[in-house]
Design a protein around this ligand. Structure first.
Ligand SMILES: [Fe+2]
Length: 179
């Protein structure tokens, strides 16, 4: 289940209802899928064949189609990252820069962990959303954010798009952001 950490105060928020309410307040969609639907052989696998990616999409087909029909997504795929990913450190360096997109960034975590760092309202500032299997998040369009892995450095996530070009990252230089 997702947890929030507010960077300025170190305050943590946990528990589905509180996390959901906090994120809703910040304009961030948060939902939860049953990650237990994933077959056991895929729960701890971070290097995936095309067949295995298709299998993951099939397992969550009804959840994906429900979300897509409510929010207008037209395409989806599966991304897997781990130490087996070539140039993972370089990739993470590229990821770890505050940016925006012209469409929202949707991720449903199938396995592993990840963090979205998001610029919240003025009184909150930047906050981390730590995600685990089953968590579904949508960072709104034009909201400054970035994504990185957690200590386990592995994740499998479903991504949904309205159109793939809408997902290009636009750097957001922010003197208020402190690493
Ligand atoms: Fe992004």
């Amino acid at each position: 289940m997702a947890e929030i950490r507010i960077r300025n105060t170190g305050e943590r928020i946990s528990g589905e209802e509180k996390v959901k309410a906090f994120l809703e307040n910040q304009g961030v969609l948060y939902e939860h899928w049953d990650a237990g639907k994933l077959p056991e052989n895929l729960r701890n696998k971070f290097v995936l064949s095309d067949e295995e990616k298709k299998e993951i999409l099939n397992v969550f087909d009804s959840e994906i189609r429900d979300l897509a029909s409510r929010r207008g997504y037209l395409t989806w795929d599966v991304i897997a990252l781990s130490d087996a990913t070539p140039n993972l450190d370089e990739l993470l360096k590229k990821f770890e820069q505050v940016h925006t997109h012209t469409e929202d960034e949707v991720r449903a975590i199938a396995a592993g962990n990840g963090i979205f760092i998001i610029k919240g309202s003025e009184d909150v500032g930047y906050f981390d959303v730590e995600l685990t299997a089953g968590d579904v998040i949508s960072v709104p369009e034009e909201k400054p954010h970035f994504f990185t892995l957690m200590e386990d450095r592995q994740i499998v996530a479903v991504r949904l798009f309205i159109e793939t070009e809408g997902w290009i990252a636009h750097p957001f230089e922010d003197p208020e952001f402190k690493k």
